[in-house]
Design a protein around this ligand. Sequence first.
Ligand code: ATP
Length: 287
Amino acid sequence: MEYALKLSNVCKEYDSSEFALDNVTFDLPTGTVMGFVGENGAGKTTTIGCILNTLKKDKGSIEIFGKEMNDNDIHIRENIGVVYDGDNFPNYLSAKQLSNIMAGIYKQWDITLFNKYLEIFSLNSNQKISKYSKGMTMKLAIAVALSHHPNLLILDEATSGLDPVMREEILDIFLEFVENENHSILLSSHITSDLERIADYITFIHKGKIILTETKDNLIYNYAILRCSDKNFLSLDKEDIVAYRKRDYQIDVLVSDIEKARRKYPKIIIDHTTIDEIMLLLVKGEN
Ligand SMILES: Nc1ncnc2c1ncn2[C@@H]1O[C@H](COP(=O)(O)OP(=O)(O)OP(=O)(O)O)[C@@H](O)[C@H]1O
């Protein structure tokens, strides 16, 4: 299997905070979409900074398209489209001026494609970015990221601030992008319904550590929650428990094989689960 991204034991500490990335390891197979989820401050943006080399990692290796990127690897950089949650461009520019700048930066800058996205996104090319709404600036950033024909998109909260109609349109554009088998996406998001729609893999990060990386289908179809009484809970095999969380009147137990759990524990209520619920159990529960 080929990988667009391969992170092995990436560590990063900040001088001015207690936070650290702790041996972050995950792979993004080429041609797939990975959702990157975690609570606020879990380390998603820090990880993305290390991948893009805008932050210097302390340890570990990061391969992009099978190669470690260094500061002057222009070819790899041109091949990555990036969208940050926040200011992506100087806001005194208009989209048209931005396009002229991008044409000087990216060899493969495609002005026709960029103008097509401006039209799809209803963005006025002569208006200053400072006059755009948050949603409009996100759309502009997505248009720029797609218009230099990258093979990898790295999107940090790229759909936040967009209304559901526009989110759906943009998710369709992302899905169209990965129809090309050489294209891949790493998408960090708190909007897990978006990830349920487009991700092939989900990686969970918590306090700087990767706590689970799985195919989305496995999470949705095979992971499940047992709603246990204290007595039920004590009867479980420990090896079946991925994580558990005590609630007022029950203990929710996350398991990774619903069919096995149904066979082994026929008297316990078992529910299918969601990415949100899995994250709550992994983050707030015990294991
Ligand atoms: N430049 C910095 N110096 C010191 N600490 C930092 C710096 N940047 C981030 N941090 C800390 O690192 C931790 C992880 O931040 P990061 O932005 O990577 O999290 P995140 O998962 O992207 O969060 P969110 O979902 O809120 O965007 C936080 O505790 C943050 O305060």
